[in-house]
Design a protein around this ligand. Structure first.
Ligand code: SF4
Ligand code: SF4
Ligand code: SF4
Length: 266
């Protein structure tokens, strides 16, 4: 599962960069990289990908963040490089940041009020689009000029966002995904209703800490046998390193308990 998701994320990242960089010269099949994104799909009023990802999230959690989002893949690449240097400390559990919800509300309000530039600065696909306008300015010039902003400033905003996210990923893992990104926060709100989730079996866990060490989302707390599935980006790094098969991707029993019938049954 982990290898499949890494392969898919890599292919989608390359396709995204080629699609945005080559512009009109790009082969049409590469357009799947844009059509599979949540916000571009919603904006283009075709909603197919948006509906698909909502259903996928209800079934499996934030798999969108593990597979097709180019900003997620770029952070994974940074984290991989960080690991290769061998100089960084292991990841540790972090308390969830409450400001992620006000950011989500501000993002939705800005879209509703027509302030599209907010979306162009914080929404992941547009961050990459702004960066790639360095080689293909024609793709974003209309957008920025309609907002009364020069292409150069739009391009700079993309690079500033990209650099901040990369530095954050180098130091702390998927911090942008778990604390800032409005798309990730919105998908994370569905976590109590997902069919599958990541969970630790307290009877099998030997507290070796390997899963917490590798969790770039900082959402595993071994001490309490806790996995915060609202922040889990379904990278499956934890399930891959566990020596005792104690952390697994499995049916979300908490969800079943939350239904009234199950409560009566209990
Ligand atoms: S949280 Fe946002 S930036 Fe991170 S992978 Fe998900 S959609 Fe992309
Ligand atoms: S809990 Fe596991 S699958 Fe989820 S982000 Fe952390 S390491 Fe990845
Ligand atoms: S890697 Fe497995 S055994 Fe080790 S702390 Fe995590 S769940 Fe427990």
């Amino acid at each position: 599962m982990r290898n499949f998701r890494i392969a898919l994320a890599s292919v989608m990242l390359i396709a995204s960069l080629a699609w945005l960089g080559l512009g009109f010269h790009a082969p049409l099949f590469l357009g799947i990289s844009e059509r599979s994104q949540i916000i571009p799909s919603a904006i283009q009023s075709c909603l197919g990908a948006t509906v698909f990802w909502i259903i996928a999230t209800l079934l499996f959690g934030r798999v969108y963040c593990a597979t097709v989002c180019p900003v997620g893949a770029l952070q994974d690449a940074t984290i991989w490089l960080r690991k290769k240097t061998g100089k960084r400390k292991p990841f540790r559990y972090k308390e969830p940041k409450k400001f992620r919800y006000p950011i989500l509300v501000a993002y939705i309000a800005s879209l509703a009020l027509g302030a599209l530039t907010v979306g162009y600065v914080v929404e992941p696909w547009n961050i990459v689009r702004n960066v790639m306008s360095t080689v293909n300015p024609a793709d974003t010039s209309g957008t920025w000029q309609a907002a009364g902003i020069s292409v150069g400033i739009g391009m700079a905003s993309g690079w500033i966002s990209f650099c901040l996210i990369t530095v954050w990923a180098w130091h702390s893992g998927r911090g942008f995904c778990t604390s800032v990104c409005p798309i990730g926060t919105a998908l994370g709100t569905l976590h109590t209703q997902t069919l599958m989730h990541i969970a630790i079996d307290p009877d099998k866990c030997i507290s070796c800490m390997k899963c917490e060490d590798v969790c770039a989302s900082g959402c595993i707390k071994v001490e309490k046998r806790l996995v915060d599935n609202s922040r889990c980006v379904r990278c499956f790094d934890c399930t891959d390193v566990c020596p005792n098969d104690a952390i697994r991707f499995q049916i979300n029993k908490e969800r079943r308990r939350q239904t009234p019938l199950m409560e009566v049954g209990n």
